[in-house]
Design a protein around this ligand. Structure first.
Ligand code: NAD
Ligand code: UGA
Length: 436
């Protein structure tokens, strides 16, 4: 099937290359000319395990191409995905101006019946607006359907998440659109040994499934982080508490890792947008506000602990290990590490940083801090080190070497990577989350 994916960011690239991998012919479009030029010469602008190879393989097979022109990309496409950004406005609402702009352009370019599928994460009832926009600008009066097909991939394991999903959600208004979407995903259903659940519902429910899922996962994280606070105050151990809770199948252990809070381009913005749309619809979803408040506190925690340990931060050198919002990505959007660096600089501390993938992106934000070649250079002469991302590289550090290099062996572990007893035995002053 011929498919057009508009917006070649994280989701657009993964969607496009995975759909090509399962046999469709895909054109990815982006308005960012630099990005398209890069993709056309075979370079992938983001770090995601396996993506570069996937893109190269499918370009070589003639199933994947890139263009800066939407009308060219749309030619012959049965399904057009909208996967542009939906960033937060200052109030927390989703900025839907990119979605609107694309809907208008798509309307002008329609030639034959087409399914226009939302891949971007959008507030409930956005599909109605897309339909209205396309109808208003549908100069050739071409038949079309708007579909909601939310994406649940995680950065760092995006390809596997796309090709072996927990579920496929399709929000449709017509049997014709449902049949096309089922045909599109049929190869995914066939290639997996388990039965991939396909949820077919109306557009509003599909949109809501996405916001409600992300917000629930964020809620789980804020919940465990709040419990971690009580652990610290009471002498309980959050790892044991999470294990004990997680063994209940109704609760589950995943997303109960206490730490420096959730970051990334999605949880913070999606919880805020879900709160805002609920309010606009007439429901004050206060619980979601608390989820964000707890997370804001949690992001401040490592610097608070550094201050407690060092007394005065001004003039001190702090090493920051990990800049990405999670391992296996170079994405630093809303990363807790970025928040901490800002706070450290505001206190007058000098910051040294290391991340296996995200330093180039961080450089654009903080050109003045020192970027290091490895974790050891990073901790050298530091008064304290903050561990902000649980990269595998940090799991097996040579701790005697770390200790000998640091000015003071103080580690603030924002991801509970190490065992407190062992760290103390090795002579570190060690602070983590929800554990003494
Ligand atoms: P992104 O910022 O990486 O990419 C968006 C792309 O859209 C950019 O390359 C931008 O240049 C392009 N764009 C903007 N306006 C355009 C236009 N008029 N025409 C063509 N291209 C245009 O964003 P992302 O992380 O890929 O997220 C996209 C959407 O998917 C968001 O709604 C996000 O919430 C959702 N989502 C993201 C993830 C994730 O892991 N990143 C997962 C699931 C859902
Ligand atoms: C998240 C969801 O997991 C995806 O299903 C969804 O598609 C995506 O958002 C999206 O809509 O963009 P992602 O942001 O890539 O994926 O990463 P997660 O693995 O969910 O982690 C998000 C943040 O939560 C990270 O900062 C991570 O460190 C933090 N986290 C996660 C915790 O602090 N504790 C946990 O137990 C789990």
């Amino acid at each position: 099937m011929k498919v057009c994916v508009i917006g070649s960011g994280y989701v657009g690239l993964v969607t496009g290359s995975c759909l090509a991998e399962i046999g469709h012919t895909v054109t990815c479009v982006d308005s960012n000319e630099q990005k398209i030029a890069m993709l056309q010469r075979g370079a992938v602008p983001i770090y995601e395990p396996g993506l570069e190879e996937l893109v190269a393989r499918n370009v070589a097979a003639g199933r994947l191409a890139f263009t800066g022109n939407i009308t060219d990309g749309m030619a012959g496409a049965k399904v057009i995905f909208i996967s542009v950004g939906t960033p937060p406005t200052p109030s927390g609402e989703a900025d839907l101006s990119f979605v609107e702009a694309v809907s208008t352009t798509v309307a002008h370019g329609l030639k034959d019946y087409t399914v226009v599928a939302e891949k971007s994460t959008v507030p409930v009832r956005t599909g109605e607006r897309i339909k209205q926009t396309i109808t208003r600008n549908n100069v050739n009066n071409v038949e079309f359907d708007v579909v909601s097909n939310p994406e649940f991939l995680r950065e760092g394991s995006a390809i596997e998440d796309f090709l072996a999903p927990d579920r496929i959600v399709i929000g449709v208004e017509s049997e014709r659109a449902e049949a096309i979407m089922r045909e599109l995903y049929e190869p995914i259903i066939k290639r997996n040994s388990y039965e991939v659940p396909v949820i077919v519902t109306n557009v509003n429910s599909a949109e809501l499934i996405k916001h409600a899922s992300n917000s629930f996962l964020a809620l789980k994280i804020s919940y465990i982080n709040a419990v971690a606070q009580v652990c610290e105050l009471s002498g309980a151990d959050i790892e044991k508490v999470a294990e004990g809770m997680g063994l209940d199948k109704r609760i589950g252990r995943s997303f109960l890792n206490a730490g420096a809070g959730f970051g990334g381009s999605c949880f913070p913005k999606d919880v805020a947008a879900f709160y805002q749309i609920s309010k606009q619809l007439g429901y004050d979803f206060e619980l979601l506000r608390h989820v964000l408040e707890i997370n804001d506190c949690q992001k401040q925690m490592p610097v608070k602990k550094a201050k407690q340990a060092l007394w005065v931060l001004k003039g001190k050198t702090v090493a920051v290990l990990g800049l990405a919002f999670k391992p296996n990505t170079d994405d630093i959007r809303e990363a807790p590490a970025i928040h901490c660096i800002r706070a450290l600089l505001a206190e007058g501390a000098a910051v040294k940083a290391f991340d296996p993938q995200a330093m180039a992106r961080a450089r654009a934000l903080f050109p003045g801090i020192q970027y290091c070649a490895d974790p050891y250079e990073c901790v050298q002469d530091a008064n304290a080190a903050l561990v902000m991302t649980e990269w595998d590289d940090f799991k097996s550090l040579d701790f005697p070497r770390v200790k000998s290099l640091m000015k003071h062996p103080i580690i603030i572990d924002g991801r509970n990577m190490y065992k407190p007893e062992i760290m103390r035995e090795m002579g570190f002053e060690y602070h983590s989350v929800g554990r003494r």
